[in-house]
Each structure stands twice: as structure tokens, then as C-alpha cells.
Design a protein around this ligand. Structure first.
Ligand SMILES: *Cc1c(COP(=O)(O)O)cnc(C)c1O
Length: 451
């Protein structure tokens, strides 16, 4: 009984998988928020390097991973794939449960898979500093790490409510040399406007993105880096699924269902897209994206053009959205509090090619506790959504008396999320109702795009 399936360094993928040529249809254009016309590369050059702009629209199926990036991937990739024997036993399920564990990266999540190449391409383009936003601090710490490895400066606008919930993530960013600014801040027009309306604003990813984009756009030596949502971020994350496919083959099996939690969608994309590609060869695989019930972008949002940020500075994309000025409740899975969704994941969902499900946070923590007590690893609150959904699939298999192979993404560990676990264990963890009125109001303010 092999519990852990490891690959050696030579199996780190040499190219990322780009799903764009294999989508069910053409992608809608991305729209410039000022002109309401399709964006041109020139519109994006003030904030992104050309190499990443090219990846954003590339129709090339395989994009080579630069050697310098693979060299750094080597310090934690290929990441392990585990068979969750003890969890299966605890559930008494006939299902086989596997999980791909991204918590082994230095920052403790999947996010360095994209932070490293983003910092590298910016360095190649002669950029001196990167500005970004962070929710729970996972992306900020990953970019801080990447910048420190390539000698770039890093400024992180951190959602204010997360600064108090996750103080050690802030310390981690500072340890890696980044400057951390609680958002909304007085440093940008976007931040000042929000504070004038609501001095107590807990912040949101949408607001922090506005601040980081404004910072980058107003400084020629500074670019912006986004930790999810965009096509090139989903692309970089496909190392997860490409490795997992090899590891499942070594285990002599193939998943019936692939499950991952979904914030902006890059983690889900990274695990699921390489499996979706196999459908062309006749493989039947379900893919399930799991999101919080309090920020239910796929399950309760609309498929429409919307701004990527609150201040309407970031490009407008066709995606599932809850409205760009919707501020989600302060759940502990801060990395899942985003109003929009990757346009790639959105298009696949709209086409019926993937499934989605939403859970309240106490149900997720309950699953995380069972997982920690059977498998040992403490899941990040974001990852606990995938854990919960995998448990429910396994319980269903038991009720139906069916064998089933489940693969889920354990996107990160939760060792810096003990505040959240404390709240759960002491019975103080709140479930938020689905904020229907707020979402409905926000959806009334979608941009009118006619292209
Ligand atoms: C950020 C984060 C997520 C969400 O990732 P997306 O790619 O935006 O969907 C999931 N898990 C962990 C541990 C994270 O840090």
C-alpha cells in the first residue's frame, strides 16, 4: 500500500499547458475600462511585461517553462501526491481518495507556481518593483518570496481585515523584504475614495487590486502582478495537474472526479485543466470547483462583463461575477473572497464542462478537522472547501455502494491560520448567510459593454 507518490526532479514539466486552443469556443475580448473597446497590448504595457501579455492571449497549446523558473521549482516540485487511506477508513467508503499537496512550497500554497515566473519575466523586462494585492496573505507572501529570489522590490496592499486575522502572513512578507500596506490605504486615490465613504471599510480584494494597479500604472519602473484570475496565472498553475496525471498513472488509476477550491480560479485551473484536456481522447472526468457560500461566484453569480476591481481601473472581462463593488463577508478563507472568476474557468462552467458547489465555512472546518485527524496535515481554510467536497463525494460513493476514484487539490497548509481553527474549536465560528441583497445591488452596477 503506497501512500505517497513522488516523482524525481526530471519530471517537473518542461512546458505549461495552455487550454485556450481547446476551449469550447472563442474567448470574449477583454475590455479597456476607459474606452470600453477591446484592450490592446499597448493598454496593458504600463502594468505587465510583454512576455506575460503574450501568454495571456497565446493560442499555443504548450508554452516552454524557462530554465531559471524550473530551477526554482526544483526546491519543492514535483509536489507529492498522497492516497488518503486513513481518511477512507474513517469514512468507511469504497472510494479511493487521492490528494495533490501544494503546501510543500516555501510559502505554503500553490501560489509560488505563478509568483516565480511572473517575477522572472518582469526582471527580464527591466522592472525594479512589483505591486500587488493580497487577501489572506498567501499571494503576497508568494510574490514577496519570488521578488526576493530575483532581487526585485515588492509592495503588497493587504486587505485590512486579513491584516488582523493573519498577522503572521504579514510578518512573512516583511521577512522576505516586502513592504505591506493595509488596504484601503491613504496612499492611492482608490484607497482614499473608499475611506472617505467608509472609514471602517474591512477592505476587499477588489479594492486592494485597485490600489496596486494604480501604484503600478503611476510608476514607470513598477509593474503589477495578479495572483489568480488571469489566463497566464492559470497557465502557470498547470504544473499541478500535469504532475498529478503522471502520479495517478504510477498509482495505476485515473480520477472519476477532480475537485479543487476556487477563489479566482487559478488553483482549480491548475489541477483540472490538464485532465479536461484528456476528454479529447475519450476520458470521462468530472471536474468540480468548490467555493464559499458567502462569496458564491459561480453558483450564484451572473456570466457578464465586469470590472476586475472595485475602482473600475482594471480591465473588464467576461466572467462569472457578484459585482465589482460587492464586499464579501470576512470569512476565514480570505483567499476565496473575490467577486469575479477566471474567464477561462467561467467559460467552461457556462458551457457545462465543469461543475460547481458552494459550502458554508463551518462545514468546511468540520471536514478539515476530520482530515487533520486522519491524514495529519492541517489544511488551509481555502483548501478545506475541497476537503469537504471530497468527503461528500466519498460518502455518496458509500451510500450508492459504488467504487470511485477521487482526486482533490490540497492547495495549502493552514499552519498560519490557527486563529480560524481556534474560533472553530471554541464554537465561535460564524456562518454567514448568502448576502443576496448586497449581491443583487452590486449586479445592478455592471458596466454596459457592446462589442
Ligand atoms: C489563494 C488560495 C486559494 C485560491 O486560489 P485561486 O487560484 O484564486 O482560486 C486556494 N487555496 C489556497 C491555500 C490559497 O492560498
Amino acid at each position: 500500500m503506497q501512500t505517497k507518490i513522488l516523482l524525481d526532479e526530471s519530471h517537473i514539466p518542461k512546458a505549461w499547458y495552455n487550454i485556450i486552443p481547446d476551449l469550447p469556443g472563442p474567448l470574449a475580448p477583454v475590455i479597456n475600462p476607459r474606452t470600453l473597446q477591446p484592450v490592446t497590448p499597448d493598454d496593458l504595457l504600463p502594468i505587465f511585461p510583454m512576455a506575460l501579455i503574450e501568454q495571456e492571449v497565446s493560442t499555443q497549446r504548450w508554452i516552454p517553462i524557462p530554465d531559471e523558473v524550473r530551477d526554482i521549482y526544483r526546491s519543492w516540485r514535483p509536489s507529492p501526491l498522497f492516497r488518503a487511506y486513513r481518511l477512507e477508513q474513517a469514512l468507511g467508503t469504497p472510494a479511493k481518495i487521492y490528494y495533490k499537496y501544494e503546501g510543500v512550497s516555501p510559502a505554503g500554497s500553490h501560489k509560488p507556481n505563478s509568483a516565480i515566473p511572473q517575477a522572472w519575466y518582469n526582471k527580464q523586462a527591466g522592472i525594479r518593483r512589483l505591486a500587488t494585492e493580497t487577501g489572506a496573505g498567501q499571494w503576497g507572501s508568494s510574490l514577496a518570496l519570488a521578488c526576493s529570489l530575483f532581487g526585485l522590490e515588492c509592495t503588497v496592499y493587504m486587505v485590512k481585515v486579513s491584516c488582523t486575522q493573519k498577522p503572521y502572513r504579514r510578518s512573512m512578507m516583511q521577512l522576505w523584504g516586502a513592504e505591506v500596506i493595509p488596504s484601503p490605504s491613504e496612499f492611492t486615490n482608490a484607497g482614499r475614495t473608499i475611506l472617505a465613504h467608509d472609514p471602517e471599510s474591512p477592505g476587499s480584494l477588489g479594492i486592494a487590486i485597485s490600489e496596486a494597479v494604480e501604484d503600478a500604472a503611476s510608476h514607470p519602473d513598477t509593474n503589477y502582478a495578479l495572483g489568480s484570475v488571469l489566463n497566464h496565472v492559470c497557465l502557470h498553475q498547470t504544473v499541478i495537474g500535469l504532475e498529478a496525471k503522471e502520479q495517478m498513472a504510477i498509482a495505476g488509476t485515473y480520477p472519476d472526479v477532480v475537485i479543487a477550491c476556487c477563489g479566482g480560479g487559478s488553483n482549480f485551473a491548475g489541477l483540472a485543466f490538464p485532465f479536461i484536456a484528456d476528454r479529447a481522447t475519450g476520458k470521462q472526468v468530472r471536474c468540480l470547483a468548490v467555493e464559499p457560500a458567502s462569496c458564491p461566484t459561480l453558483t450564484k453569480g451572473v456570466y457578464a462583463f465586469d470590472y476586475g476591481d472595485t475602482a473600475q481601473m482594471a480591465p473588464i472581462a467576461m466572467m462569472y461575477t457578484l459585482g465589482h463593488d460587492f464586499v464579501p463577508p470576512g470569512i476565514h478563507a480570505g483567499g476565496l473572497r473575490y467577486h469575479g472568476e477566471s474567464p477561462l474557468v467561467s467559460q467552461l462552467y457556462h458551457a457545462g464542462a465543469i461543475e460547481a458547489k458552494a459550502y458554508k465555512q463551518t462545514a468546511c472546518f468540520e471536514g478539515a478537522l476530520l482530515f487533520a485527524r486522519s491524514e495529519g496535515i492541517v489544511p488551509a481554510p481555502e483548501s478545506s472547501h475541497a476537503v469537504r467536497a471530497a468527503i461528500d463525494e466519498a460518502v455518496l460513493a458509500k451510500e450508492e455502494g459504488k467504487e470511485k476514484t477521487i482526486l482533490f487539490g490540497l492547495s495549502g497548509h493552514g499552519q498560519l491560520d490557527m486563529g480560524a481553527y481556534d474560533a472553530y474549536l471554541s464554537g465561535g465560528l460564524e456562518d454567514y448567510e448568502y448576502p443576496e441583497a448586497l449581491i443583487r445591488a452590486s449586479l445592478e452596477r455592471l458596466p454596459q459593454v457592446n462589442v
